[in-house]
Ligand binder design. Structure first.
Ligand SMILES: Nc1ncnc2c1ncn2[C@@H]1O[C@H](COP(=O)(O)OP(=O)(O)O)[C@@H](O)[C@H]1O
Ligand SMILES: CC(=O)OP(=O)(O)O
Ligand SMILES: [Mg+2]
Length: 383
């Protein structure tokens, strides 16, 4: 019986999963569930499945369906390890590790810092433990990749005692950035020292990479900070929160629902959190939401380039970054002053290189692969 690794990557509205060969880490099967909580759609090897799940099926029901299906599919495999994406690793988890019972309690304590992700990540660990009690459970943390940043990039301008308590800029999407850092030299050549990566998915962030290591990032203490996202506001004046608390009596729950679930592309457009819907819409509100998304992304590229003291390459990845050519075109046009000249044809074909011949700076589309990164870490820890 050959050994395999099962990988679970639970996002805010999606669950990506796969089975990998434990020896070679080559992919055996992969799939994803989208629109969880709003009529989940599960695809396996690119084919949409007849699941029988009700429209209101949440992460738990989708997870149970996926695990049962993968176990059936991998009946002739020995699943030796399950690799999990864990969004928040706090200060303690600076590298992937085998998860024991005491880790679960520590990671549970971080739920308030990643309420849209961490509960689903930990539910995945528990479900996998129950279904595969003999398998090693490996946690891979979104935050770990950013621990290489200089201290100034990690602290807020708040009293030192609070910083010492761990109120820091942790950063997220680290598994995605780890993959891009490994791929970039292969695609762009070895002379790219300073790169800015835009991970534009349902959640969105930017990362400044210096020689493949994280130097700065746009997300902070939580995944609410930084860019405009599907349903999240990104950076906002904290005075707005104080105003809403004082003048409208908003409490933490109401604020969390507003800033994390009703804002971003959804809030500005009043139509949808999905970039596909907004690009297809004629409504001026949809246009404005896309324009704001682009405006803030351009500003963030400049901020990341400043942290690096210059920029050699710009990379687009994740759902929007990989597929939305008009969004990339607008961001590159906004970055023309930094030396980027987009090539509309290359961009429409999704690259990999999307800048014109002779452009002073080069831009690329590189598909992310968080699941592949998790599979490799799990295989290494399995030994
Ligand atoms: N063809 C496309 N054009 C524009 N946007 C797209 C396209 N395909 C996917 N997206 C966007 O990508 C988002 C999902 O990105 P993804 O990286 O898979 O997110 P997550 O992992 O956070 O769930 C969707 O919300 C949608 O807005
Ligand atoms: C951290 C985060 O925002 O993740 P996702 O993009 O998967 O929602
Ligand atoms: Mg994601």
């Amino acid at each position: 019986m050959s050994r395999a690794i099962l990988v679970l990557n639970a996002g805010s509205s999606s669950l990506k999963f796969g089975l990998y060969d434990a020896e070679t880490q080559s992919e055996i099967l992969s799939g994803q569930a989208e629109r969880i909580g709003a009529g989940p759609r599960i695809a396996l090897a690119g084919e949409v499945q007849e699941t029988g799940l009700p429209t209101e099926a949440g992460h738990g029901a989708v997870l149970a369906w996926v695990i049962a299906r993968l176990l059936a599919q991998g009946a002739d495999l020995e699943i030796a390890a399950v690799g999990h994406r864990i969004v928040h690793g706090g200060r303690e988890y600076g590298a992937p590790c085998v998860l024991g019972p005491e880790d679960m309690a520590r990671l549970e304590a971080l739920v308030p810092l990643a309420p849209a992700h961490q509960p689903h990540n930990l539910a995945g660990v528990r479900a996998a433990q129950a279904a595969l009690p003999q398998a090693v459970q490996v946690g891979c943390f979104d935050t770990a990749f950013h621990r290489s940043q200089p201290r100034l990039a990690q602290i807020f301008a708040i009293p030192r005692e609070l910083t010492a308590e761990g109120i820091l800029r942790y950063g997220f999407h680290g598994l995605s950035y780890e993959h891009i850092a490994a791929q970039l030299p292969v695609i762009a050549g070895k002379n790219v020292e300073r790169a800015v990566v835009l991970h534009l998915g349902h959640g969105a962030s930017a990362c400044a990479l210096r020689n493949g290591r994280s130097h700065a990032t746009s997300m902070g203490f939580t995944a609410l900070d930084g860019l405009v996202m599907g349903k999240r506001c990104g950076s906002i004046d904290p005075g707005v929160l104080l105003h809403l608390m004082r003048e409208k009596g908003y409490g933490p729950g109401t604020l969390e629902a507003l800033l994390g679930g009703q804002s971003g592309l959804l809030g500005v457009s009043g139509l949808s959190s999905d970039m596909r819907d907004l690009l297809a819409s004629e409504a001026p509100e949809a246009r404005e939401a896309v324009d704001l998304f682009v405006y803030r992304a351009v500003g963030c590229v400049a901020e990341m380039a400043a942290a690096l003291g210059g920029i050699d390459a710009l990379v687009f990845t994740a759902g929007i970054g990989e597929h939305a050519a008009p969004v990339r075109q607008a961001i590159l046009e906004g970055c023309s002053w930094l030396g980027f000249t987009p090539d509309a044809v290359r961009n429409a074909e999704h690259g990999p290189e999307i800048t014109a011949e002779g452009s002073a700076k080069r831009a690329f589309v590189i598909p992310t692969d968080e699941e592949g990164v998790i599979a490799r870490h799990a295989a290494r820890l399995l030994g």
